[in-house]
Design a protein around this ligand. Structure first.
Ligand code: ARG
Length: 609
C-alpha cells in the first residue's frame, strides 16, 4: 500500500539510531514502525509531524533536544523515497515533502491499473485471507421493511464492501425470521378476514399486503384487550386472556406440528412478504450471498437447547419451560423454550449460528442488529460459549441506534413506523422536483432514474454519516440538499468532473500527461493531492472500526479540497498545456477515488445530473 510517510519513518528511525550511538551506554537500533507520523494541525507547519516524546527515556534527553539532534543527523542520511526537508520545532520533527516529486508519485499510484479498468488504490489488504460473514437486514415476514431497516441495510452492505476492499472474503447473509408468533398473527387476521384477497386482486405490493393483516390483527387485539381492561383487568392480564392471542398461539402449535393447511397459508404469506422485500433490496442496491430461514434452523436450535438441558447447562422450570440462569454473568434468567414446547426467538439463533459455521467456517461473524437487541446477543454469545463452541469468541454484534424523522415530516400508512418504500418514493419525488426546477430534464438521460439515484445517494450518505451506535434523526430535506455535506453534493461533484473530461479534447490520454505532474505544487493542488493520498487509510480505518462514517467524513474532506482547487486553479484554461493536462489528470484521479468511495458507501455515481 502506498504511503508517503513510510520512507520518512525509515529515515527518522535511522537518525535516532545514529543519535543513540552518539550517546554513551548500550545501544539498540530504532525500528521504523515505532515512529508515529501525525498530520500537523495546520498545513503551514508541514506535511508530517513526528513527536519525540516517547524517545526521551531511552535517549536520556529532552524531546526538543532530540528533535534538534535528529534533524541535524537527517541531513547526512540518504533514504530512498524520502524527498523533502526536516525541521525541529519544539518536541516535533516537521517534514515538508518535495511537492513536485510527491505529486507525481501520488497520481501514479492512483492511476495504477487504470488502463485495465482496475482500481488498486485504497486497497490496504489488512484482512487478506480472512473470512468474514456479515449478517444484516434480517426482516420478519409479518410486515414490510421500514426506516430502521434502511439504516441496517446500508450499514451492512457498506461494511461488507469496505471489508472486501481490505482483502477479506466476505459473505453477506440475511436471516428471514419467517417462523413464530408474529407471522401467525398476520396469518390469523388474513384467514379470518381476507376472503381470499391477494396482492394482485388489491393491486398492492405484496409485502405491504401482508403488513396490512398484521396491522389488522393488532387493531382487533387492541379492541379486545380494551374491552377486557374495562372489566378491571390489567393490560397484561387482558392479553393473557385474549382469545385472539390464544388463537395465534394455537396456529403456532399447528405450524410446529406440520398441519398442512397452516403450512400452506404460511408459505403463501411468506412468499408474498419475501418477494416484496426482495424488490426493495434490488431497488436500493442491497444484495445477499445467502438467505437463512428461521424455519430451517429452529429445530437444530431446539435440539441444541435440549442437549444443553441434558448436560445440565440449562434447567427445566416447574411449568415445563427450559431456562438458563445467567445471574453470575449479570444477564439474569432467560427462557429458551416455552412451557408448551414451542421455541422462541433466541432458540433459532443457536441453530442458525451453528449451521453457518458448519457451512462456511468464518473467522468472524458480524451481526448488524439494532441496539435494542444488545441483551439478546450477549446471552446468545455467552450460551454458545457455554455449549462449547470455540468460535463463539468470533461473534460480534454491531449494534446501531434508532432513526427517527423530524416530527410531522412524513408519516407511514400506519402512522407509527416509516415504510421504506414510501420514504424512498417521497425522496425520489422531491429530487424529481429539483430536477424540474433546475430545468435539467432535457440534460439527464432518464429523469426518473436519475431522481431515484439522487434519492438513494441522499438517503445512504445521510444514514452512514452518523456513527452506528448513535441514535439519529433523518431529515429528508437536508439529505437532498445539493450543497454542503450531502450525498447529492458528492454526486454533483462527480458529474462536474465528468463534464469537464468530456470537454477536454483527449479524455483517454489524461493519465498519460505525466510530464506535467510535477507542476502541481500550489497550495490547493497540494492539499488535494494529500487528500487523495489519505484514501487507503480512510478505508482501513472504516474497516477496523466497522464504521462507514469514517469514510463519509473522508469524502467530505475530499470534496472540500476539490472545491478549493476547482475554484482557485483554472483547469481547461491553465497557463500551459502541460499544466492543463496535469490538472485534468488530478481531477480524473479525484473522480476515480470518489467513484470508488461512493461505491463503498452505496451511493450511485452519476455521470450527468
Ligand atoms: N428479525 C429480527 C428482528 O426483526 C432481527 C434478526 C437479527 N438476527 C439474528 N440472528 N437474531 O428483530
Amino acid at each position: 500500500m502506498y504511503d508517503y510517510r513510510e520512507p520518512w519513518k525509515k529515515k527518522i528511525a535511522a537518525a535516532l539510531s545514529a543519535l543513540d550511538r552518539e550517546t554513551p551506554g548500550p545501544t539498540a537500533p530504532f525500528q521504523p514502525w515505532i515512529i508515529s507520523a501525525e498530520t500537523p494541525p495546520d498545513p503551514e507547519m508541514g506535511d508530517i509531524g513526528i513527536p519525540m516524546f516517547s524517545f526521551a527515556k531511552i535517549l536520556r534527553k529532552a524531546p526538543p533536544q532530540i528533535a534538534k539532534d535528529a534533524a541535524r543527523l537527517c541531513a547526512g542520511l540518504d533514504v530512498e523515497g524520502a524527498h523533502g526537508t526536516v525541521e525541529a520545532v519544539g518536541p516535533y520533527l516537521n517534514i515538508r515533502l518535495t511537492r513536485s516529486v510527491a505529486a507525481k508519485e501520488i497520481l501514479e499510484e492512483v492511476f495504477k491499473g487504470h488502463e485495465k479498468g482496475e482500481f488498486a488504490f485504497g486497497r490496504p489488504q489488512t484482512l487478506e485471507n480472512k473470512k468474514v460473514m456479515v449478517e444484516f437486514s434480517s426482516p420478519n415476514t409479518n410486515k414490510p421493511l421500514h426506516l430502521g431497516h434502511l439504516r441496517n441495510d446500508v450499514l451492512g452492505e457498506s461494511i461488507s464492501r469496505i471489508l472486501a476492499a481490505c482483502g477479506a472474503e466476505v459473505r453477506k447473509v440475511c436471516i428471514i425470521n419467517d417462523r413464530g408468533i408474529h407471522i401467525c398473527k398476520s396469518m390469523l387476521a388474513y384467514s379470518e378476514h381476507a376472503q381470499n384477497k391477494t396482492p394482485e386482486s388489491e393491486g398492492v405490493k405484496s409485502d405491504h399486503f401482508v403488513g396490512e393483516w398484521y396491522v389488522c390483527f393488532n387493531n382487533e387485539l387492541k379492541k379486545e384487550t380494551e374491552e377486557l381492561q374495562r372489566s378491571g383487568l390489567s393490560k397484561e392480564e387482558a392479553e393473557g386472556r385474549s382469545s385472539l392471542m390464544a388463537r395465534a398461539q394455537e396456529l403456532l402449535r399447528k405450524w410446529e406440528a406440520g398441519d398442512p393447511e397452516t403450512v400452506s397459508l404460511w408459505k403463501q404469506m411468506n412468499s408474498w412478504a419475501i418477494n416484496g422485500m426482495k424488490e426493495t433490496y434490488s431497488r436500493t442496491g442491497i444484495s445477499f450471498d445467502q438467505y437463512d430461514f428461521e424455519s430451517d434452523t429452529w429445530r437444530l436450535g431446539k435440539d441444541e437447547v435440549l442437549k444443553g438441558l441434558e448436560r445440565g447447562i440449562f434447567y427445566r422450570q416447574d411449568d415445563g419451560a427450559v431456562a438458563v440462569d445467567l445471574s453470575a454473568e449479570k444477564l439474569d434468567k432467560k427462557i429458551l423454550l416455552r412451557s408448551d414446547g414451542t421455541s422462541i426467538y433466541i432458540t433459532q439463533d443457536f441453530g442458525t449460528a451453528i449451521n453457518r459455521h458448519e457451512r462456511w467456517p468464518f473467522d468472524r461473524l458480524i451481526y448488524v442488529v439494532g441496539s435494542e437487541q444488545q441483551y439478546h446477543f450477549k446471552v446468545l454469545f455467552t450460551l454458545l460459549d457455554k455449549l462449547g463452541f470455540a468460535w463463539a469468541k468470533d461473534l460480534h454484534h454491531l449494534s446501531y441506534g434508532m432513526v427517527n424523522l423530524p416530527e410531522g415530516k412524513m408519516k407511514s400508512r400506519e402512522g407509527t413506523v416509516v415504510d421504506a418504500d414510501d420514504l424512498i418514493d417521497s425522496l425520489r419525488d422531491m429530487a424529481m422536483e429539483e430536477i424540474r426546477e433546475k430545468e435539467r430534464e432535457q440534460e439527464v438521460d432518464s429523469p426518473m432514474e436519475t431522481a431515484e439515484k439522487i434519492a438513494l445517494g441522499a438517503l445512504h450518505y445521510y444514514l452512514l454519516q452518523v456513527s452506528p451506535a448513535k441514535d439519529m434523526l433523518f431529515d429528508p430535506k437536508e439529505s437532498l440538499s445539493f450543497t454542503g455535506n450531502t450525498g447529492p453534493y458528492l454526486q454533483y461533484m462527480g458529474a462536474r468532473i465528468c463534464s469537464m473530461l468530456r470537454k477536454s479534447d483527449k479524455p483517454d490520454a489524461v493519465p498519460d500527461a505525466t510530464a506535467g505532474f510535477p507542476l502541481l505544487v500550489s497550495d490547493p493542488e497540494w492539499e488535494l493531492l494529500k487528500a487523495l493520498a489519505a484514501y487507503p487509510d480512510a478505508v482501513s480505518a472504516a474497516a477496523a472500526g466497522l464504521d462507514p462514517s469514517t469514510l463519509t467524513a473522508y469524502l467530505y474532506d475530499l470534496s472540500k479540497a476539490f472545491s478549493r482547487f476547482y475554484h482557485d486553479c483554472p483547469i481547461l484554461n491553465a497557463e500551459s498545456n502541460e499544466l492543463s493536462g496535469a490538472r485534468l489528470a488530478l481531477s480524473l484521479a479525484v473522480m476515480r477515488v470518489l467513484k470508488d468511495a461512493l461505491h463503498l458507501a452505496c451511493i450511485p455515481f452519476l455521470e450527468v445530473m
